[in-house]
Design a protein around this ligand. Sequence first.
Ligand code: HEC
Length: 120
Amino acid sequence: MSMKQIISGALSLALLCGISLFGGMSVASADAISDGKKVAFDRKKGNCLACHMIAGGSLPGNIGPPLIAMKARFPNKADLRAQIWDPTVKNPNSIMPPFGKHAVLTEEEVDLVTEFIHSL
Ligand code: HEC
């Protein structure tokens, strides 16, 4: 088991505990959300704006759907993370890059982007 897996395992555990403590409320810290925003908007990292309209981002593309009302569309944060990790699971012809599977982003960066997108 790699250090990354241990850390992400510990993070998921912390999240699970948080969810049971707060009755399903999001426990994302403001720091994780703002760090995730930086990764998502960075043209050399997530570059999500190339294809998605995202609140607070400039010059968005419209190849993908606008990322709005994400909690309603992805009540389960793990499903959102899975979409960012590898969109080809849901849509084998997806042109969205498999950010996790192809190691475009690290485990931690995928976690941070997930927190940010889930806050939209
Ligand atoms: C090259 C274009 C492209 C880039 C870059 C891209 N996406 Fe996508 N994304 C898409 C397309 C197209 C879809 C529509 C579903 C599909 O075809 O897989 C999509 C779907 C999604 C969805 C599902 C939306 C829904 O309501 O079902 C999420 C969430 C998402 N993208 C997040 C992201 C995030 C976060 C990033 C940046 C880390 C990103 N995308 C970067 C093209 C892109």
